[in-house]
Design a protein around this ligand. Structure first.
Ligand SMILES: Cc1ncc(C[n+]2csc(CCOP(=O)(O)OP(=O)(O)O)c2C)c(N)n1
Ligand code: SF4
Length: 274
């Protein structure tokens, strides 16, 4: 159990017990903000709408639970208006990658110094488990449907990591809520990076997914370490290479790995600062 930190407000989270958003809250308030030593009045957390987007209410900093899909836009405006602020945009996969997807390439090309955290639980949770762009496609009988209430999507999955690499984002990472210390470290690195940083955080929705879904992701997770061989899924025809987060070509190769086959956890790419 993590000690309550001065970065927590007195507001009690309304998330379901076991929701991955608790881990993100603990990482931010128990590790990231205390380690960076940034006082709450110099931090702005803006979210969209969704379960994970409730987070600003629980963090003792400036916060705005804004509009569905618009957190990235508001984050850029805040940073441009006050460059001294540490600005973090938080939202779900529906928020960032469905309704808000149009804002991402422009944030990337401007390379504004903000950190975006996509809380990827693979469903629209707040609205009760509809499929999102990251919901895996499974044919009937192929495996458990991701959403307990809805049929699997007919469309292929959009992969946020490969999307970010291909649009040229200057810092791209993937974290997992099952490992709070590592997630905290990743977020710190992203905030320290002077430019647009994006973290795809793999996390469970314990209410609208079968439990084995995230268990499988957790078990298959593979940590990226600089200079060490990357682990590839059995289906890969590539020879493993030594991880180099400064190499965009290798980042593109890494991003081709389907997240459910081999979720790579760590810094995927770290490029030019602004
Ligand atoms: C403009 C607009 N369209 C649709 C909605 C309804 N809505 C609220 S949250 C949400 C999706 C939530 O999913 P996600 O962003 O992945 O966050 P999660 O709840 O899974 O954390 C939708 C469609 C809304 N609030 N505003
Ligand atoms: S519905 Fe899912 S995402 Fe929402 S609070 Fe519950 S477990 Fe978390």
């Amino acid at each position: 159990m993590m000690k309550e930190s001065s970065y927590r407000t007195g507001v009690t989270p309304v998330w379901c017990p076991g929701c991955g958003s608790f881990a993100l809250l603990n990482a931010l308030t128990g590790i990231v903000l205390p380690n960076l030593g940034t006082p709450g009045h110099q931090v702005f957390i803006v979210s969209g709408i969704g379960c994970s987007s409730r987070i600003p209410a629980y963090i003792n900093a400036y916060g705005f639970n804004s509009l569905h899909g618009r957190a990235v836009l508001i984050a850029q405006g805040a940073k441009l208006a006050n460059p001294d602020l540490t600005v973090v945009a938080i939202g779900g996969d529906g928020d960032f990658f469905s309704i808000g997807a149009g804002h991402l390439p422009h944030a990337v090309r401007r390379n504004v110094n903000i950190t975006c955290i996509m809380v990827n639980n693979f469903v629209y949770a707040l609205t009760k488990g509809q499929t999102s762009p990251t919901t895996p496609y499974l044919r009937r009988g192929e495996g458990p449907f991701l959403s307990l209430q809805f049929y699997p999507p007919v469309d292929p999955v959009l992969d946020m990591v490969s999307y970010s690499v291909s649009t040229g984002a200057s810092f791209i990472a993937q974290g997992i809520t099952a490992d709070v210390p590592h997630l905290g470290w990743l977020i710190q690195e992203a905030i320290k990076h002077r430019g647009f940083s994006f973290i795809n955080v793999l996390t469970p929705c314990v209410t609208f997914e079968p439990p084995q879904f995230f268990k499988t992701i957790r078990e298959k997770a593979s940590y990226l370490k600089e200079g060490e061989p990357v682990e590839l899924p059995d289906s890969s025809r590539e020879q493993p290479w030594l991880h180099d987060s400064g190499n965009i070509t290798l980042a593109l190769k890494l991003a081709q790995t389907p997240v459910l086959e081999k979720p790579h956890i760590g810094i995927i790419f770290r490029g030019k600062e602004s």
